[in-house]
Design a protein around this ligand. Structure first.
Ligand code: NAD
Ligand code: SF4
Length: 444
């Protein structure tokens, strides 16, 4: 089954209570870090572990922590990004709901490492029921002396708050999140300065994803060197994957990084194969912000090597700048799914969620939605295909925040890999708009 760093005890009845959580080794990392380690030693362990940001960007966590500015007399903050809103991503909600103390423990140990005395969990506004679960866990931790003044007699103080988000996807972008936490409209800020230098209330701030923070206790308890032995190459550790779409076993899986994609799709331990034994058409491996790949390219790289579930193997040869592992939202499409309709659906989402600050994103997402709508509904023109690529190119790299790129890549990759399906919609509008019609040319 592979090593379970985050989910070993997740199905233990009552694990959401402090009593049961502690019976299973909970809060050991707080005792170890606060009583036997200096903050810098904790940072060093996280650096050694090779842990990378699990929200989607995969930025090395220890490096981010060591960038944190430390001006004299200025507070520092740790903010947990629990505003999980990426289409297809539901691992953080699942994790917080089942094992809230694991996040609280990670927040205490990580805040200690960073020298933060006030920390926040910014949770997606729609998840009010999870907010209540977290508040209960935090209240239990305060009552047990694990939060508040002089934690476990160590002299370290920490207050931890949960703040609900405003219900906008863009509030998951770290600087928009900070604006929202400050009580303002969630508009992304220009970077640099990065939050590590100027973040919450203009103070040095680390923003980390739920899963990233929840991985820290294991690293402190077992050492960074042990964590680095799990996984493969620069993709160390385990990753929570939200698997959805046309598969037999949808849900959240903790995988050791390095599992072959083919095994992840077809093994009963994970997705259990394509639903009803149908043919695999495409996969979006890391949430809607990454490109869509056709079946042949998701199982093997262009060089013919097996694709692995790692940051490195899930790359697109430079077509996009980041890794396609993203937030770990693995969405599977079977032979009956229409790529044009799906791409239009994504475009609609990004147009709706664009904050409107930059023209390429505000206008471009709207144009992509309109053009895709007319292709899907049988009114497209041949030149629309290149128009889509041109609009996507003009958005990419020209915006304040990554939402612009995230909107452009699904469209550009769909046209790149499924151009014949777009052409079929335009050339055969009657067939394409018939109920249940799907282009299967690529599958032949
Ligand atoms: P990013 O690569 O711009 O930054 C990653 C992190 O590193 C940030 O915290 C940033 O502050 C920090 N950083 C980078 N360079 C730095 C420097 N020189 N000094 C100090 N800090 C530095 O990416 P991002 O905007 O944080 O995230 C984009 C990703 O988010 C996308 O790839 C997408 O997969 C993912 N995403 C996830 C969700 C979700 O619900 N989980 C939603 C939308 C997008
Ligand atoms: Fe807003 Fe889009 Fe610009 Fe991001 S890229 S700041 S969402 S307009």
């Amino acid at each position: 089954m592979g090593i379970k760093i985050l989910t070993e005890h997740i199905n233990v009845p009552g694990i959401e209570t402090l009593e049961v959580y502690r019976k299973h080794g909970g809060y050991k990392s707080v005792e170890k870090a606060l009583k036997t380690m200096s903050p810098d030693e904790v940072v060093e362990e996280v650096k050694t572990s090779g842990l990378r940001g699990r929200g989607g960007a995969g930025f090395p966590t220890g490096m981010k922590w060591s960038f944190l500015a430390k001006p004299e007399g200025v507070p520092r903050y740790l903010v947990c990004n629990a505003d999980e809103s990426e289409p297809g991503t539901f691992k953080d909600r699942w994790f917080m709901e089942k094992n809230p103390h694991a996040l609280v423990e990670g927040m205490i140990t990580s805040s200690y490492a960073l020298g933060a005395n006030t920390s926040y969990i910014y949770i997606r506004g729609e998840l009010l029921f999870v907010l209540r679960i977290l508040e209960k866990a935090i209240a239990e931790a305060y009552a047990a002396g694990l939060l508040g003044k002089n934690i476990l007699g160590s002299g370290y103080d920490l207050d931890l708050h949960v703040a609900p988000g405003g219900g906008a996807y863009i509030c998951g972008e770290e600087t928009a999140l900070l604006e929202s936490l400050e009580g303002k409209r969630g508009n992304p800020r220009n970077k640099p300065p990065f939050p590590a230098v100027k973040g919450l209330y203009a103070s040095p701030t680390v923003v980390n994803n739920v899963e990233t923070i929840a991985s820290v206790p294991w690293i402190v308890n077992n050492t960074g060197a042990e964590y680095a032995k799990v996984g493969i190459g620069r993709s160390t550790g385990t990753k929570l994957i939200s698997a959805s779409g046309n598969i037999n076993n949808p849900g959240v899986f903790e995988i050791e990084l390095g599992v072959p994609v083919e095994e992840f799709i077809y093994s009963d331990q994970y997705c259990g194969g394509v639903w009803k034994g149908k043919q695999l058409k495409a996969v979006v491996p890391g949430g809607s912000s990454v490109p869509i790949l056709p079946a042949n390219l998701i199982l093997k790289t262009a060089a013919g090597e097996d694709r692995l579930m790692t940051y490195e193997s899930l790359s697109d040869g430079g077509f996009v700048s980041g890794s396609m592992l993203g937030s770990g939202a693995f969405i599977v499409f079977d032979e009956d799914q229409c790529i044009v309709r799906n791409t239009w659906n994504y475009a609609r989402f990004y147009h709706h969620e664009s904050c409107g600050q930059c023209s390429p994103c505000r206008e471009g997402t709207g144009w992509m939605e309109k053009v895709l709508h007319r292709i899907e509904y049988g009114h497209g023109h041949q030149q629309d295909i290149d128009l889509l690529v041109s609009v996507a190119k003009q958005i990419e790299g020209n915006t304040i925040c990554p939402l612009g790129d995230a909107a452009a890549w699904p469209v550009a990759s769909a046209v790149r890999h499924f151009r014949d399906e777009f052409e079929w919609h335009i050339k055969h509008p009657k067939e394409a708009t018939a109920p249940g019609a799907v282009y299967r040319g690529q599958l032949a």
